[in-house]
Design a binder for this molecule. Structure first.
Ligand code: HMN
Length: 294
């Protein structure tokens, strides 16, 4: 599994001016992330707005990504949907299009007992031959992965890791300890990338990487070289940028606008995610310069 370690961009989706999935724009965005030192892309996750898209749209986004960067980047596909049936369909679709790994959040809206979430994930795991990464993001799903369930799932060869988007580095370390050396833990909160790495994360999957991939690749390199003080200083600079990004009405709208300033058009985020408004364009242009100078 160590071949899957590394930095994965939680990729935004790309739409045309009417808000429809735009495969050419998806391809352009995926292409933009090649040659930057990242290991791969996490497609259709939170940043990718998978849960705001219908099944057909999710398939279109993945197909565009695979057509453009298959073999160049490792592709993790988020296939989690509210119904197990749709999740399984997306998992099979991902496999048939050559994706490398599937991943899923629990079903949301209903308050489900652990056994239901386990069954939900197990159906996806059983539906393909692909490796599976559990996606734990309790602040949005309301479901916290217990180390008991993690242990049970991690005992299967196909379950290779967890994307830990919860904010506790203690829990992250417990997941690593429970899963064992061969079980991959990916850091979720970009603000805590270095802290997560220090406490055992094998890499990271993040949305803000999308506007500053080089900085996260460098941060990871500094950590690997044990240049912790330099890494800490870089994480602090990155956090200044993230703090500004989070001050806009939507993080996705802000990041997508920054990409457009670089000639990468991805359209607005899908409502209810708000787009960047005209009054914020000047400050976003300045933030873009700040990123480029860091
Ligand atoms: C994804 O699936 O799109 C992201 O990888 C999830 C990721 O953990 C993000 N967390 C949330 O959206 C809650 C972070 O990248 C987050 O956007 C960043 O740390 C800024 O707070």
């Amino acid at each position: 599994v160590s071949k899957y370690k590394g930095i994965y961009i939680a990729m935004y989706s790309a739409y045309d001016e009417a808000g429809n999935v735009d495969k050419e724009r998806v391809k352009q965005l995926a292409r933009y992330y090649t040659g930057k030192g990242v290991k791969g892309l996490y497609v259709g996750g939170s940043s990718g707005e998978g849960i705001l898209q219908n099944e057909e749209e999710r398939k279109q986004v993945l197909e565009a990504v695979m057509e453009e960067v298959r073999g160049e980047l490792t592709i993790i596909v988020h296939v989690g949907a509210n119904s197990t049936r749709e999740s399984v369909e997306l998992a099979k679709h991902a496999e048939s299009h050559g994706a490398d790994i599937i991943s899923a959040v629990p079903s949301i809206y209903y308050r489900l007992p652990e056994a239901a979430v386990e069954t939900h994930w197990q159906h996806m795991i059983d539906s393909t031959n692909l490796p599976f990464i559990i996606y734990n993001i309790p602040q949005t799903t309301g479901f916290t992965l217990s180390t008991k369930l993690l242990a049970k799932l991690a005992a299967q060869d196909k379950v290779i890791g967890v994307k830990m988007s919860g904010e506790s580095t203690f829990e992250l370390q417990q997941y690593k300890e429970t899963g064992g050396e061969e079980f991959l833990v990916f850091n979720g909160p970009d603000e805590q990338f270095l802290a997560g790495r220090i406490m055992g994360a094998d890499g990271g999957i993040g949305g803000t990487y999308g506007v500053m991939p080089e900085l996260f690749v460098k941060l990871d390199y500094l950590f690997q070289e044990n240049k912790i003080e330099e890494a800490r200083m870089l994480q602090i600079k990155i956090n200044g940028i993230i703090k500004k990004l989070l001050s806009y009405p939507s993080l996705y709208g802000a990041c997508k606008h920054i990409l457009s300033l670089r000639g990468i058009e991805t359209g607005n985020p899908r409502l209810p995610m708000l787009p960047a408004s005209a009054e914020h364009h000047d400050s976003l242009a300045q933030l873009n310069r700040e990123i480029e100078e860091t």
